[in-house]
Design a protein. Structure first.
Length: 117
């Protein structure tokens, strides 16, 4: 039983800390926010940003990649602090970020399909 409680506590801590790392990585950039509003960029369930449509500007694609690299580094750091894996941290964060996406924004679910919220 104690290991289940420890696992749940780690998951809650991961979600909060991961959001504090990942949220500012994209929310601080007005280009990312504008691209989300336009339906060009969306949050993926795996904790990373994605390009919704194939015709994105190369500068925006690089910005998304840079943001994802920052998120990956944050997930790695948090995973080592909590004794979990970067994939677990990313997944918990992805669930929170897709749930927090605003109306009209795109999110990618487990099936790999983009859906407009």
């Amino acid at each position: 039983m104690p290991s289940i409680i420890r696992t749940l506590l780690a998951a809650v801590l991961m979600a909060g800390a991961a959001l504090s790392f990942a949220g500012p990585a994209s929310a601080a950039d007005p280009q990312i926010e504008a691209a989300k509003d336009q339906g060009v960029v969306g949050e993926r369930i795996d904790g990373y940003l994605g390009i919704v449509s194939g015709g994105a500007d190369p500068a925006l694609v690089r910005l998304v990649q840079d943001t994802n690299n920052k998120r990956r580094a944050a997930y790695d750091s948090l995973a080592s602090q909590t004794g979990t894996t970067p994939q677990e941290v990313a997944r918990v964060t992805g669930e929170k970020l897709t749930a927090a996406a605003g109306p009209g924004e795109y999110i990618m679910d487990d099936s790999g399909s983009w859906k407009k919220k």
